[in-house]
Design a protein around this ligand. Structure first.
Ligand SMILES: [Zn+2]
Length: 187
């Protein structure tokens, strides 16, 4: 522990932002420096990472998507992190936007997941653009949902656009689509 650098402890939501890659450069640098010197915040960061175990990330045109669990979202809400949530019906679409006060944006994709053992995801911003794949993402078969969290900092910079997501179940036979979703994002 370094007694010289007494910057204030990192809040739970700033640790989540840091871990999700949401912090701007200044905040990320400050967190890096603080974490080097502070065991207590290091332990809190471990807790954030453990909560989000099995998280997978994808990059679409510089936009980072993270797949998280319902338990993780519940924990964020408990900690008063401001979570904007969109429920997307099976094979449906939703209009979405980001407000300045939002800490995290979450999309809950409704999907028939019973008996499914592995889910892959294909994401595209425009159909001409090709799809970006994420393999073996976390999902909740009982709740029948997949939870996606796009990076807010990047999303705030994006113009109005559509994002397409396809969920595919994988088994010994190969892959088949179990749902598709569209986010109509308004800048
Ligand atoms: Zn600290």
């Amino acid at each position: 522990m370094n007694r010289e650098s007494r910057s204030p402890h990192l809040s739970f939501d700033s640790l989540v932002e840091y871990w999700l890659g949401e912090s701007d450069d200044t905040a990320a640098q400050r967190a890096d420096m603080h974490l080097l010197a502070c065991d207590a915040c290091g332990i809190k960061l471990d807790e954030v990472m453990a909560l989000a175990q099995g998280v997978h990330r994808s990059f679409t045109d510089g936009l980072v998507h993270t797949f998280i669990s319902d338990a993780f979202v519940a924990r964020l809400l408990e900690r008063r992190v401001r979570v904007r949530q969109y429920h997307v019906p099976h094979n449906g679409s939703v209009n979405c936007s980001v407000e300045p006060e939002d800490d995290i944006l979450v999309g809950r994709l409704e999907a028939p997941l019973e008996g499914v053992s592995r889910v892959d995801v294909a994401i595209s911003r425009s159909l001409a653009d090709g799809e970006h794949w994420v393999h073996d993402i976390p999902f909740d078969a009982v709740r029948g949902e997949v939870v996606i969290a796009p990076k807010l900092l990047a999303l705030r910079d994006l113009p109005t656009h559509d994002m397409h997501i396809r969920l595919l179940a994988c088994d010994g036979e190969g892959r088949h689509e179990i749902g598709h979703y569209t986010f109509h994002h308004h800048a």
